[in-house]
Design a protein around this ligand. Structure first.
Ligand code: ADP
Ligand code: ADP
Length: 229
């Protein structure tokens, strides 16, 4: 589903690569934790999958497309296949829970009848039934992240990318959010979650891809994330 083939990324006006000769393959249906300290390259990796940036060298395939070479006009279609979730939720503050999720379908031209069917189903799936009319600021952090996850998956993307999705949440709420991502994964969505939360990674024993200053340090199934110097 995602292939990185000797991918390096050096940002303009920097000396050290943010990603340094990274090769990895994520199969359809996998759940992968991408771990590493702040600045290790996790966000860069996710941004390259989304074609928010292009690699300096190497090849990236996402859902069969060579994303570095994808013409700009084909980028929207790529992104439709990838849901995204961030640490800071990024909800539309003036829109209700329902409208935030419905908006993701409206912008891709989904019919009103499909929207009216799909949005309530998705809100129920993430555990937000009864909250449809709330505004984001009326919700707890965990609830806001559930709205963001509902919005990310409402059009049934093949891939869900989550960049530090629990970074603003307490441990119990974080565990609920990861459990939700795991449930979404079991329904067939490939999930890649960047995190530096040792406790979460160690309690799930999923595949762990560890970056250290841009270098892929470790890639292990059922792995842990040890605190190292
Ligand atoms: P992480 O997500 O693990 O914190 P990032 O991918 O954000 O790591 O950053 C990796 C490295 O690339 C860091 O050294 C960071 O300072 C650098 N970097 C990230 N984005 C940019 C940018 N737009 N321009 C220059 N350097 C960047
Ligand atoms: P938590 O205890 O998880 O931090 P909150 O105390 O923020 O959660 O919210 C508890 C419940 O009250 C949530 O379901 C939230 O939707 C609702 N709520 C919080 N603030 C408001 C508000 N200003 N107006 C309406 N509902 C609210």
């Amino acid at each position: 589903m995602i292939i990185f083939d000797h991918v390096s990324k050096t940002y303009p006006r920097t000396t050290r690569p943010a990603l340094d000769d990274v090769s990895l393959e994520v199969e359809r249906g996998e759940f992968v934790f991408v771990v590493g300290q702040s600045g290790s390259g996790k966000s860069t990796l996710l941004r390259l999958v989304l074609r928010e940036d292009v690699p300096t060298s190497g090849r990236i395939l996402v859902a069969g497309r060579n994303v570095a070479r994808l013409p700009d006009r084909k980028v929207p279609r790529l992104r439709r296949e990838i849901g995204t979730v961030f640490q800071d939720f990024r909800l539309l503050p003036g829109k209700t829970v329902y409208a935030n999720v419905a908006f993701a379908l409206q912008v891709i031209g989904t019919s009103r009848s499909t929207i009216r069917q799909t949005v309530p189903e998705t809100l129920a799936m993430v555990g937000l039934e009864g909250k449809e009319k709330r505004l984001p600021h009326e919700l707890s952090g965990g609830e806001q992240q559930r709205v963001a996850i509902a919005r990310a998956v409402v059009n049934k993307p093949a891939i869900l990318l989550a960049d530090e999705p629990t970074g603003n949440l307490d441990p119990a709420t974080s565990a609920d959010i990861v459990a939700l991502l795991e449930r979404i994964n079991r329904r067939g969505t490939t999930v890649v979650m960047a995190t530096h939360d040792h406790e979460i990674v160690n309690s799930y024993r999923k595949r762990v891809v560890e970056l250290q200053t841009g270098v892929l340090q470790r890639d292990v199934a059922g792995g842990s994330y040890e605190v190292t110097g």
